[in-house]
Design a protein. Structure first.
Length: 150
């Protein structure tokens, strides 16, 4: 695990925050080289699959000219949802590193662990400490959203 990649994912989350998107960022790394970065764009693009990890994997596939990302690692600031977990497995991601647990929709151990089901590909999953930066950013976002909706 390389903390500089999680820091890049956090910087992507900050971009989402500034756009009024749920602040989640993701980075795809292949052979110690960043091949794609993305942040949530679900609201601004009005696409259901506009999650950071999904978009980052799409960019990586395009750049690497392959849907198979088996030599790649994914760094994301929030535990993946079921849609993204499925995409991570299907893309054959090697290692997944995430910073913040998602107790409402996370499926890397919070609600269930989709990565433990014996699919055709096994992703190595690691919950990493980013000193609660990602969690604080998410909490601040939703706190401001609630305040502005009153």
């Amino acid at each position: 695990m390389n903390n500089k990649y999680m820091e890049l994912a956090y910087k992507e989350a900050l971009k989402a925050y500034k756009k009024g998107e749920v602040p989640v960022g993701a980075v795809v790394v292949c052979n110690n080289k960043v091949v794609a970065k993305a942040h949530n764009l679900r609201e601004s693009k009005q696409i259901f699959h506009g999650h950071a990890e999904f978009l980052a994997m799409q960019k990586a596939s395009k750049k690497l000219k392959s849907w198979r990302l088996s030599e790649c690692d994914l760094y994301v600031t929030l535990e993946p949802c079921p849609m993204c977990a499925g995409a991570i497995i299907q893309a054959r991601i090697n290692n997944l590193y995430y910073a913040t647990k998602d107790l409402k929709s996370g499926v890397a151990g919070s609600i269930i662990d989709l990565f433990e089901i014996p699919f055709n590909h096994k992703v190595n999953v690691f919950h990493v400490d980013d000193k609660d930066k990602s969690e604080k950013l998410l909490k601040d976002f939703f706190k401001n959203l609630r305040k502005n909706n009153k």
